[in-house]
Design a protein around this ligand. Structure first.
Ligand code: PLP
Length: 253
């Protein structure tokens, strides 16, 4: 008798690659059912796997499982991984962490997308370095919609002050080498994901507000939702969810 057919689940829990494959597929399935629960098409949502703090073998396992959209927070750590995985075609690296101005050159050179643009100063630097190479860099504007002090992002928690925000955002939209694609947020952590819902709703309202104020760009992307709350974020309109722990396990680095 074939042992594997007696214990069909063992293969998938005993080894790293199998466990990560299962986790990845489960998260994809949860995204799809969350989308269907609000009559959204699951194809409108991309799953980003957040690989910060993980070893190469873990990242290789999730790439083998089919992941091609990877998110990193720190340039030095990311460069090592990019180098190591450079022979695998089709991997897209997105910057999701806070960007220090002095790292803007490296970030603009090595990432295909930056989710965490939160000031005109940073946008100017990314624009300058990207323009020097005659390229375009897609970005999202990171917004703090909760008022939590520890969070980065444009101050967007007070809906009565969104007029001021429009004035802050307008000059970023004029930078020729940056393509503003939408908004990103990171609400406070809540054990109950329902508590994050009002913040996801606020980000979507802000997107609608900006769409009315500016005819271009199209503001199509909403990057929101992490391991603990991505299903709620999908229900509220996320187009990119950023999931680490639920797929790769606890960070080790
Ligand atoms: C680390 C991180 C994530 C992923 O968090 P998990 O809880 O591990 O899913 C998502 N977004 C940002 C900006 C992060 O820094």
């Amino acid at each position: 008798m074939d042992r594997e057919s007696t214990f069909p689940d063992r293969r998938h829990t005993d080894n790293l690659a199998g466990r990560i494959l299962t986790n990845y597929q489960v998260v994809l399935e949860r995204i799809a059912s969350s989308a269907r629960s609000v009559e959204r098409n699951p194809d409108q949502i991309r799953l980003m796997v957040v690989t910060k703090g993980h070893q190469l073998e873990v990242i290789e396992a999730v790439v083998a499982a089919g992941a091609r959209l990877l998110g990193e927070n720190y340039i030095d750590e990311a460069l090592i991984k990019m180098q190591a995985l450079s022979t695998i075609p089709g991997i897209e690296w997105h910057m999701i962490g806070h960007v220090q101005s002095r790292k803007a050159e490296l970030i603009s050179r090595h990432f295909s997308f930056v989710h965490s643009v939160d000031s005109l100063k940073l946008a100017n630097r990314l624009n300058r370095f990207t323009a020097e190479r005659n390229q375009l860099l897609p970005i999202l504007l990171e917004c703090n919609v909760s008022g939590e002090g520890s969070k980065f992002g444009l101050k967007a928690w007070n809906e009565g002050e969104w007029d001021t925000l429009v004035n802050e955002i307008a000059p970023i939209l004029d930078l020729p080498a940056l393509e503003v694609r939408g908004l990103m947020t990171m609400p406070p952590f809540f054990p109950n994901p329902e508590e994050a819902r009002p913040y996801f709703q606020r980000l979507r309202r802000l997107k609608n507000y900006l769409q009315e104020r500016f005819s271009t760009p199209s503001w199509e992307e909403l990057s929101m939702g992490m391991s603990g709350d991505f299903e709620v974020a999908v229900q509220e309109g996320a187009t990119i969810v950023r999931v680490g722990t639920a797929i790769l396990g606890e960070r080790t680095g």
